[in-house]
Design a protein around this ligand. Sequence first.
Ligand code: HEC
Length: 97
Amino acid sequence: MLPMRPIAASLKNARLSRKRGTFPDHQLVRVDGDTVRFNQPIVINEVCLNCHGPSVGLKPGLKTLLDELYPDDKFRDFQVGDLRGAFRAEIKDDVPE
Ligand code: HEC
């Protein structure tokens, strides 16, 4: 399990990059001699709005289903471009060349 601090720092950096208009698709960072870290931001796009967009814009059948299955969830009202998190993986880069 990775500690939260580096993940939070990663997200903060991603937010800053986005403000500067340089939001990366993904990022590879060498952690040490044989480990590489892969970061990929999770960004809301048009498809996501089918469920995560404004409640008024949701298809009625789908809205009913989501309300039934996730009554307490706060996953709506996002917009295209909103940052929702990040995928992160550390990969051993120890294959001999
Ligand atoms: C078919 C409906 C649907 C679509 C389309 C969809 N999601 Fe979701 N998503 C959900 C539901 C329902 C949950 C809540 C699941 C739970 O609480 O267990 C969720 C949860 C999430 C979460 C974690 C909970 C949170 O904080 O909101 C993230 C992040 C997320 N979705 C991102 C996305 C992204 C990015 C896309 C588009 C690439 C997307 N989703 C498309 C239905 C959808």
